[in-house]
Design a protein around this ligand. Structure first.
Ligand SMILES: [Ca+2]
Ligand SMILES: [Ca+2]
Length: 225
């Protein structure tokens, strides 16, 4: 085999490898079953206590999905379960829901009369919580089970959500704006990105410097939550 033929062979092998990669992508995508919560996070002081948040639990990239079980756990000092609504799908037996607002979980077991096949995310249930106070909690999605029409488990990934309604001015995120926050800002005073004392949380107006402007803003919220 001369040098020209070797180059030709390498070219063909590379081309074949590229084509295999391209054509195998959709197969991998369809195997990528997932159960997830949206939105992926709730953040900001606009999430005031006594208001509500609603999450949706969705499945994606599933074929012949018959049964779904999952548990969502949360910190019951921060959120309180209010209600849930199942999407208008056809059920086998009546879905089972167990909630505990003292332990902080929402558990659902549902069998679908008509099996679900979907590549794009499809909502199964919406769950509403009341915000009790200022703080943070994960909304963990765990103990999940997806079974197909033959009773076989569908391998899948999970993605939960996260809630945080601390004020932007609560630098250390302890639920109040006080002298501790100003102390942290003082340590970062005069800093900028790359500076050894830089603290991005202290740059509350997000202009790349921690200076008197930031201190003044936080001081104007002193004593608040
Ligand atoms: Ca604080
Ligand atoms: Ca600043």
């Amino acid at each position: 085999m001369n040098a020209k033929n070797v180059t030709h062979c390498i070219f063909l092998a590379t081309l074949a490898s590229m084509l295999m990669t391209v054509f195998s992508l959709p197969i991998h995508a369809s195997e990528n079953a997932e159960i997830l919560i949206t939105p992926a996070n709730f953040e900001g002081s606009h999430l005031v206590p006594t208001s509500d948040i609603t999450i949706s639990v969705l499945v994606a990239n599933v074929s012949n999905l018959r049964l779904v079980t999952f548990n969502i756990s949360y910190e019951p000092l921060i959120l309180s379960f209010r209600s849930h609504s199942l999407e208008a799908l056809s059920y086998g037996p009546q879905p089972t829901v167990v909630t505990s607002d003292t332990k902080g979980f929402f558990w659902l077991n549902v069998t679908y009369h008509a099996a679900i096949t979907t590549s794009s995310p499809m909502a199964l249930v919406n769950v509403t919580f009341s915000i009790l106070t200022i703080g943070e909690t994960a909304l963990n999605l765990h103990s999940t089970q997806l079974l197909d029409t033959t009773g076989q488990p569908i391998p899948h990934s999970t993605a939960g959500s996260y809630f945080n309604n601390f004020s932007l001015y609560d630098i250390n995120q302890d639920g109040k704006i006080d002298i501790l926050d100003l102390g942290i800002m003082a340590k970062a005073f005069g800093s900028y990105p790359g500076h050894p004392r830089w603290n991005a949380n202290a740059d509350v107006n997000n202009d790349g410097y921690v200076n008197l402007t930031d201190i003044t803003i936080v001081a104007s919220h002193f004593g608040k939550y």
